[in-house]
Structure formats: structure tokens, C-alpha cells
Write a protein that binds this ligand. Sequence first.
Ligand code: ADP
Length: 246
Amino acid sequence: MRLWLQYHELLESTNLTAASAAAAGAPAGTVIVAERQSGGRGRLHRAWVSPRGGLWFSIILRPQIDPALAPQLTLLAGVAVAQAVRRLYHTDRVCIKWPNDLLLDGKKICGILAELQLDAAGGIDYAVLGIGLNVAQRPEDFPPGLRATAASLNAALGGQWSCMDVLRAVLAEFSALYEAWLQDSGQLLPQWKRLNCTLGRQVVVRDDDQEIFRGTAVDLDSQGALLVRGSDGMQRSFDFGEISIR
Ligand code: ADP
């Protein structure tokens, strides 16, 4: 995949800029990078803290695939970032927490937010894949409320990489995985399973901060939904649109 990088010092949100560029016809492979975001967002409109020192970017994609496969883009991005970081930092301490976060020793280092736009015929017009990665922030750069749960790569792993180094590594990994996935999407789930730290764990599923289910995360289905087995042995699946696991 050819990539076109657009670099901005400050954006409200790289996903917003990418979505309007995509709606105006920007090609697949356009990458919008911002040094800072003033209104970065996670899922459910939660704020994503995006000061200088982190890597904040969004990729425009136009995959000609069944829209039912689109949720896998979140999983694909997780695999790409996890593999790139593991290689660059020579570590296996980074893992994927279903559906869209990367953890390092249990702390969040990366969030992923995919947004999909369908065309009038129900096919995919574009997808925007937003990736926020804590690269070089110092612990004191995080607001006090996040210090216990967030970490940055350089601080936690003793690295010296710049955001651009990490961006290059992630994009190389992502392009290769994305091309392979377009040919055959069957490889992705086994790769994701090797890198995840959710399956086999006790999880509490919350919707809007209300606990709705707890049990053991046992598997992902082919759509990327999480299968959780409750204490009664019943299994339920959770779609990652609206659910957080805590
Ligand atoms: P989750 O997947 O954990 O339900 P989101 O993907 O919506 O949450 O991400 C938003 C949450 O991530 C925020 O509510 C906040 O707790 C946390 N957060 C915000 N900015 C950062 C950051 N730069 N690094 C790590 N965690 C962050």
C-alpha cells in the first residue's frame, strides 16, 4: 500500500481530519499525523489525552470487502502496533486487551479507534483507523487521574525512539498485515490470539459503566466479538461497539 503522510502540529482529532479528507476524496493510504490533539477521543466519546510526546495518527483505508469484516480492522491495528513495538523495543511485555487497547505491564500504552463510512449501496466508502500511542511522555506529562493506568513506551522500556521512528515501524508492519489480510482474512485471529492478554482471564463487562456480565473470556468469534462464559456455564458474546472490559 502506498502511503501519503500529512503532518500537523495541532489538530482537534486526527480521526476527524481524516474522515473529512476521506469524504472529500483523499486516497486510501493517506495518513494524518498530529503532534498534539486538542480533542482526541476514545470510544463512547471518552477523552483521549494527547499531549506532545505521543504518536497520534489516523490512516484512511478503502477496503473492497464485505462490511461485516470491517470490525476486524481494530484487531488488525492492534496486531500491527503490538508487533511493531515488540520488535522495536525488543520486548514481549506488550499485549492486546480486547478489543482496542494495548497494555504494557497492565498499563495502557495505546488506544485504537476505527470508524467506518458506508456508501449508498451499503459497501464501504472509507474506514478511518485512529491510533494513539504513548511514546515519549514522562509520567508527569499524564494528568494525575491517568498516572496509575497509563504508561509510555520510552519511560517504561527505557527506549529513546522518536514518534517518527515508531510511526515508521507501525506503518511498515500495518501495510504488510493489511495487504495479507485483504488476500486472506483467516490469518488475523490466530495472530491476534497470540498477542492478546484477555482470553483466559476473568472479565467484567460494562455497558455505560454499568456491570452487565462477568465471567471468563474464552474466545473470539469470526467477527471479533468476545465470548464470555458466566459462572452458570452459559456463554455470551459481546460486540465491541459498546462494551468495555474492566
Ligand atoms: P476503553 O477501551 O478503556 O473502554 P477508550 O478506548 O474509550 O476506553 O479510551 C478512553 C480512555 O482511555 C479514557 O477514558 C482514559 O481512561 C484513558 N486514556 C485517555 N488518554 C490516554 C492516554 N494517552 N494513554 C492511556 N490512557 C488514556
